[in-house]
Structure formats: C-alpha cells, structure tokens
Write a protein that binds this ligand. Structure first.
Ligand code: GLU
Length: 598
C-alpha cells in the first residue's frame, strides 16, 4: 500500500475528530532540550528523542557501558517513540567490544507462529490487501525486543535488566512532553487507532491526539516494565504478559462498532515460549581499507550495503564530480537490490549465499554493468553470486516489494571504546495499531515484511512466510572500524530505504569529505531497482538533478522524508562526536557525557 494514500484518509479522519470539538489537554510543559550534534568525552549517545538520549548519557555517566546505555535508551524509546519501537517488536543489535576488538550481533527479529505457512496472507486465493494485513492479528510476530535486551546485557552488559529498565519505567509513569512528531504520528493513525479501545484510550484521550507541549503518561507501560524488572523477560515469554499478547492476537480487541475487518492471528503462548534471540556472525566488507560490519540475514541490511560498497570500490568516488558520484551511488543499489530480493531470507529456511554476495568477484561482475553516462532500466535482473560471470545479468527481473517505513535507530559509545548500533522496530508507524489491553504497548505488524505471494511468479522467493520463520528485514545497524578501532557507527529507520540511507551516510563520510553530521543531514535518494528512485525534495532541488535525468535517472518524490539516521564517531583527538538528524522527524538528539567546546 503506498503510504501516502492511507495517510491522506487518516489525516482527514483526524481532522473530523478535531472538528467534532474535542479539546486537547492544555498543560504547558517544557520539553527536554536537544541538539543534533555534540562533541566531548566519556561516551556519546544519539537517538531520535531527547529524553531517551539523556537517559543513555546518564547511564554512561553513572559508570554503565555502551550496552547498558543502549538498552536503557531503547526502553525509553518504547515510551517516547512507541509508534516506531517497543517491547511489542523486534530489532538487530550490533556491538563492538573494545577489549577483543570484535564485532558481535544479536538477531532479535520477530518470528511467525509455528502454524504459519506460505499462505499466511492469502485469502480466497488472493493476497490480502496490504492495509488489511497491517492492522490485524495475522501480522503480529513473536516480539524479539525484550529477549534482545536481556541477552545483550547478559553477554556484554554490566547491569541487570531491572536496573536498565528503571529510568524508562519512571519516564512512562511521570510522563514526558509531547512534541509535534508524536502528535502527528497519532494523527496519521487515528482512524485505525480509534478502532481499538485499548489504543484509543491511550493515544486518543478525549478523542484526539495529545497536543504538543502537554505531558503524556503511560502508567500501564510503567507497570509492564516494573513486572519485567521483577520477573525478568520470562514474564513475557512464559508468563502473564505473554498470555495477554497471545489473547490479543487471537482475539483482537476491536470496538464492535468499528467497520474495520481485523483478522485474528494464531500466535500462541507456545510460540512465545519457543522464541530465541540469535547471536550471528556480522557481515564484513572492506571499503578503502576500513572494515564495515553489519547485520546478516534475515536482515538484508549488511549484505546489501556490503555488496553496494564492493561494487562502488570499482569507481573513484572521492574524485568524481558530484553528479558522477550520485550516478554511481544510484546504480550500485539498483543492482544490489535485485540480488537482495532474489537471494536473501531467513537462513534457517533458505540457503542464503552470503559469502558469495559479498565476494569481490561478484561485485566486479555487477559493477561492469554500470555506466557513468546511462542509467540501467529497472527492474534489472539478479545475478547468481555463486557463479559470477563477468557483466552477465540473469534474465528474470526482481522488483522490490513494498515495506513499511517506521523504526528507530540508536547509536552509543562508551569511555572504554565499546560501541552499539541498534535498530529496532514495530514495522509500520504504529505497528498493528493494537495496544495490548492493560499493558501500554503496541504489537508489531512485522510479518507484513514477508512477501505475500512470490514477487516474481515462477522464481523462488526466499521471503515467503513459514512456521517460526523471520521475515526479511532491511535494518542495517553498521559499525566501521579502522585497524580494529571504532571509526564511526550509524543506522536509520525507513523500511527498504534504510539500506540506501546507511550507504549514503557511509559514502558521504568516507568519499565526499562530509562530517558525520553533514552526511546524515544530506538530501536523500533511494534507488531500489525501480524506474524512479525515491527522493526527497531537497535532493531534486540540487543542481545535479538535470544532469542525472539526462543520464536516464528517474525520480519520484517520497511522501515524506527518507529515514532518520543517528551515528557516533571517534574523532582523531579521542573525543566522541554524536550526530542525529537536524530536521527529519522533528530533529534527533545527540549528547556526550562530558561536552567539549565545538
Ligand atoms: N520492518 C522494516 C524492516 O525490518 C523496518 C521498518 C522501518 O524501518 O521503517 O526492514
């Protein structure tokens, strides 16, 4: 479903609610101050939210390490950025360990129920309309986020889960100041949120989204966090919170007066009990002698960013004109996405040729199809990385299916030099739209990241639903090392555009002489093997656009901004730089433990 189409309807719905004269609460309060860039010592935190970032730097100041801080920030985002992430969702955690100089990853992706098969989203022989699948019990996967937090702390943290959740529990109980983004995200979803009394009473109090400047509290979520503190994540995977999740999925608590047809799902407490977070070996690519580590399958993030970087090493982007650089950037992901769509899925179900996708020979065989002067015609066909033939493309095209676009990314570094890049999500903005009654959190709709039917008829699709299977993701938390030491780390939300955003930040920083904050702020484009690349208006406004069009590049303006990246960088003098969006999603929040003059 094109996001802009649904959005128009939903905004109209909210306008109707507001016109009905329901007043928003009017307590004025001062929001926590925020800045998109900070430089200093003692560690750094960058997230989309000021309260979450402040909680992270406090953990670091109190002696916690990057993993402790990352979990505390993520838990806080579950309170202040609940339409993107929370304990009802999943994510991918990438960690650099300063002692061993090694990068580790945790796969906290949601899983399909064990009853799921490839017809999960097929009804009467036809794929369900995307919007129907989103707001349903069918799309809810077993949440991986609580298990990720517990496992990250157990393996690499210094604090208990209880201690790490405390600041977020307090934030949920005492409240935070609503900003425009929070209000808009509710407004965007008001029509479906109002169909569920549990969601409506939390996020549409009195029939309207809370107004910016008012204080928003979520006592149910505070109580849920408190229960996790007391009982551990078993309360969710093998206890009362899980029982409530299963009940909610199987019998979505929809208002009988609602006209929405909300399909139930089959997720059970047994599915929750069977959930495992998985430690996976990171993807690794080298670029200009630097080591780029990312998330392997079931995310396509690390493999696709890595393939594109390998392709791009064939061209001199440092000395290229800006138009040439953008041409190569757009073409690299056009081809890398064709390969991603054909080969990447949950490795427990499909044989993902990961090593081959990242091989230099394969990249060279794809680079050879790229022309500086002429855009290729999409959809281009994938090639077989196991048998790379110079300049040979396959014959069957591989378009990129639609993916929801909302998530959150946080990046943390500590004084010891440990680094975390963590992307977490509930998939679509607002996830399934269903708040678990009495629990204060939204359930994900992550299973809509599966292909509903094979993307190309007659060609195996690695991303069809299956029992216990993890849907393919695009999340791309990335850590770049220079001779084994952290250089910078980054990541972003944005559905499939995460991959192009992360690549663009890396290229901006490494090839185009941009600071990390400028690389994050730069106008974005996302070519995902379609006739027109999705671009921001600011990208189109650049003087190079006409030149790129003359080379055959097509552009369509994204319905909204693309991504919301954050990052941290170790500067040459030993200080940390934290960077977030200066404008997108209402501006992110970067902080360091001990600020230095910038
Ligand atoms: N569900 C998407 C994925 O796993 C993330 C959604 C988003 O980032 O907005 O790739």
């Amino acid at each position: 479903m094109p996001a802009h189409r649904s959005r128009t309807t939903l905004v109209l719905a909210v306008a109707a609610v507001l016109a009905a004269g329901v007043a928003a609460p009017a307590t004025a309060a001062t929001p926590t101050p925020k800045s998109p860039v900070a430089v200093g010592f003692g560690g750094a935190v960058a997230s989309i939210d000021a309260d979450a970032t402040a909680i992270g730097t406090q953990v670091l100041r109190d002696g916690g390490n990057a993993v402790d801080a990352a979990v505390a920030v993520a838990a806080a985002l579950g309170v202040t950025d609940p339409f993107s992430a929370g304990i009802g969702g999943g994510g991918f955690f990438v960690y650099y360990d300063a002692k061993t100089h090694r990068v580790h990853t945790l796969d906290g992706r949601e899983t399909a129920p064990k009853t799921a098969d490839e017809n999960l989203f097929v009804e009467n022989g036809k794929p369900l309309p995307f919007a129907d699948a989103v707001t349903s019990g069918l799309s809810v996967g077993v949440p991986g986020t609580p298990a990720t937090w517990a496992e990250a702390l157990r393996k690499w943290g210094t604090r208990s889960l209880a201690k790490s959740l405390k600041p977020a529990e307090k934030l949920a109980r005492d409240g935070f100041v609503v900003d425009q983004t929070f209000q808009t995200q509710i407004a965007n979803n008001a029509a479906r949120f109002s169909a569920f009394p549990s969601t409506r009473s939390l996020y549409l109090p009195g029939g309207a989204p809370p107004a910016p400047g008012t204080v928003f509290k979520n006592p149910d979520l505070a109580a849920t966090y408190a229960q996790l503190e007391r009982q551990g994540v078993d309360a969710l995977y093998d206890g009362p919170i899980g029982a409530d999740i299963a009940k909610t999925v199987q019998k979505p608590p929809v208002d009988p007066a609602s006209t929405l047809n909300v399909r139930p799902g089959k997720l059970t407490t047994g599915d929750l009990a069977a959930y495992d977070v998985i430690e996976r070996r990171p993807t690794h690519a080298t670029y200009h002698g630097l080591d780029v580590y990312g998330m392997p399958a079931p995310s396509s993030g690390g493999l696709t960013v890595g393939e594109a970087l390998n392709i791009l090493e064939n061209f001199d982007l440092k000395h290229a004109s800006k138009a040439d650089y953008l041409q190569y950037f757009l073409e690299s992901t056009r081809f890398a996405f064709a390969d991603r769509n054909r080969w990447i899925g949950d490795p427990a179900f499909v044989d993902v040729p990961a090593r081959e996708l990242l091989s230099r020979r394969f990249a060279d065989s794809r680079a050879c199809l790229i022309s500086k002067d002429k855009a290729a015609t999409s959809p281009v066909a994938p090639a077989d990385p196991r048998h790379p033939a110079p300049c040979a493309a396959g014959s069957v095209v591989a378009p990129t299916p639609y993916e929801g676009e909302n998530t959150t990314h946080l990046t943390v570094a500590d004084k010891w030099g440990n680094v975390v890049a963590y992307t977490l999500t509930i998939e679509q903005e607002g996830g399934s739209g269903i708040v678990v009654p009495g629990r204060g959190f939204l359930l994900n709709n992550e299973l809509t990241d599966f292909s509903f039917t094979p993307v190309t008829p007659g060609v195996p699709d690695p991303n069809l639903p299956g029992p216990g299977k993890r849907p393919r993701s695009s999340m791309a938390p990335t850590i770049v090392l220079d001779h084994g030491r952290p250089f910078f780390a980054t990541g972003s939300p944005g559905g499939a555009s995460i991959i192009t955003t992360v690549l663009q930040v890396i290229l901006g920083r490494l090839d185009r002489g941009l600071s990390l904050e400028d690389a994050i702020a730069a106008p974005r484009a996302s070519q995902r093997n379609s006739a027109a690349a999705q671009v921001e208006q600011a990208f189109l406004d650049q003087p190079e656009t006409a030149d790129l069009k003359a080379r055959g590049q097509g552009f369509s303006t994204a319905p909204a901004e693309i991504g919301a990246a954050t990052g941290v960088e170790r500067l040459r003098d030993g200080r940390w730089l934290a960077a977030a969006e200066p404008v997108r999603r209402g501006q992110g929040a970067a902080q360091v433990v001990w600020p230095a003059r910038w």
